[in-house]
Design a protein around this ligand. Structure first.
Ligand code: TYD
Length: 205
């Protein structure tokens, strides 16, 4: 059995990544692939409960980080690894790059500790492709203002999101071959075309 491909979608809140994930799943299914659409934090019953806590309860950066990784551990073991082993393509709305961006960049949590947790929790598992929806923090803030009630992260100021963006930049710089950067300021159709092109070339690789 050929293992499935693990694709993650990343970007600051308001960049628009979530609006393409179902379209991408449909596109892949039309091409005969089995697809699991999932998200982080979340993706299992336990991890979804942890998500509620992380998004809505006050806590310090270490607690937040440990909960996010606890959710990830369960998600990997119960959902992502079995799906990949069965040849299913996994589309995951955020993964560990978000932890480096939000907890590392946004909250200023020690990146060396994040790297250690990443190694323990993931045992070498990394996405095969990461679609990074890049949008200026000021533009993302305008888009968020038009959306629903904000969670603990969405309520943060522009300086926080500038640090999150810088966190993504550092992950990209460390591993550029895994990422495709997508200019999320473009019209929706242009963004979609980039998404398809990126996935098509990964499938052909
Ligand atoms: P998000 O994808 O924005 O969900 P929704 O579109 O439903 O609001 O993810 C929820 C939030 O969780 C987002 O603000 C970023 C945050 N987050 C972290 O802080 N660390 C992480 O490791 C992950 C996966 C997400």
């Amino acid at each position: 059995m050929t293992p499935g491909i693990f694709i993650t979608l990343e970007g600051i809140d308001g960049a628009g990544k979530s609006s393409h994930i179902e379209g991408l799943a449909a596109w892949l299914r039309e091409r005969g692939q089995r697809v699991l659409v999932t998200r982080e934090p979340g993706g299992t019953a336990l991890a979804e409960r942890l998500r509620e806590l992380v998004l809505h309860e006050p806590m310090d950066a270490l607690t937040e980080t440990l909960l996010v990784f606890a959710a990830r551990r369960d998600h990997l073991q119960q959902a992502i690894e079995p799906a990949l082993a069965a040849g299913t393509t996994v589309l995951c709305d955020r993964f560990t790059d978000a932890t480096f961006a939000y907890q590392g960049g946004g909250r200023g949590f020690e990146v060396a500790v994040l790297a250690q947790l990443e190694a323990w929790v993931q045992q070498g598992r990394q996405p095969d492709l990461t679609l990074w929806f890049e949008l200026a923090p000021a533009t993302a803030a305008q888009r968020r203002a038009a959306a629903r009630a904000p969670d603990r992260f969405e309520r943060q100021d522009e300086a926080f999101f500038a640090r999150v963006q810088a966190g993504y930049e550092r992950r990209y710089a460390a591993e550029p071959q895994r990422f495709v950067r997508i200019d999320a300021a473009q019209a929706r159709d242009a963004v979609w075309a980039r998404v398809v092109a990126a996935v098509q070339s990964r499938l052909a690789a």
